[in-house]
Design a protein around this ligand. Structure first.
Ligand code: ZN
Length: 234
């Protein structure tokens, strides 16, 4: 597979200053929505842009930012228009959660970081409806009995955050139906088990990148759909 960079530019996420709407899913995003702008395609919400698995790291801690970016296959800079200064200003980054955790480990000598991590974890826990999370994880395990240990929780946490944080999409039983669970698993596999994020990071369009990883995705899916013997390759 050719993985030559198509661009060396950073991906950019804009915090919108007016009411916006996603040009793909058509969802009203309200004011101050986080969007990406694609040439010729208009504005996309982070979900449609396939960036909604990334977590926000506000600017401020240079060492942490540098390390998190280094460890993250896919990251984007978050920009907001400053009316006073009439230019976009960098607010921080969105990065992979694991990259952020790794960066934090490296910065742990600094007790401040430890404190902030505790705070952030508390906020994340609050965002998530624990019962819904359990149900969702259970559905994942049921439909994908071969999925690696504890992975159903990772997938469920992401899905719960997504549904709970979005207007008009409550953590309802509807999102536990098979197709919703499958979509969540597919998104997870793409990001975690294929080159997808790397391809996006080097400038591939989403459709091209999806096409490039389709085979791997299918292989992983069918493996996960098959019950595995426990204790092996988890
Ligand atoms: Zn959208």
């Amino acid at each position: 597979m050719a993985t030559q960079p198509k661009t060396t530019e950073e991906l950019k996420v804009f915090i919108s200053t007016r009411d916006s709407r996603c040009d793909e899913c058509r969802e009203n995003l309200g004011r101050s929505a986080w969007i990406t702008l694609v040439e010729g395609k208009g504005a996309l919400c982070l979900s449609c842009a396939d960036l909604d698995h990334l977590v926000y790291l506000p600017a401020g801690d240079t060492a942490l930012t540098r390390r998190a970016k280094k460890h993250s296959t896919l990251s984007a800079v978050v920009l907001k228009w400053s009316r006073a200064r009439r230019r976009y200003e960098r607010q921080g980054l969105i990065v992979e959660e694991e990259a952020l955790e790794k960066a934090e480990e490296e910065c742990l000598a600094d007790s401040d970081v430890r404190e902030r991590r505790r705070e952030r974890e508390a906020v994340r826990r609050e965002e998530i409806d624990q019962r819904y999370l359990k149900d969702f994880a259970g559905r994942v395990r049921e439909l994908f009995p071969g999925c690696p240990a504890r992975r159903e929780t990772v997938i469920a946490e992401h899905a719960c955050r997504k549904y709970s944080g979005r207007v008009g999409r409550s953590a309802s039983a509807k999102s536990l139906d098979e197709s919703a669970v499958r979509l969540a698993v597919i998104a997870h596999i793409r990001h975690r088990e294929t080159d997808y994020d790397h391809l996006l990071a080097i400038g591939y369009e989403r459709q091209e990148a999806r096409f490039a990883v389709e085979k791997t995705l299918e292989q992983v899916m069918s493996k996960w759909e098959t019950p595995q013997k426990r204790g092996k390759n988890d």
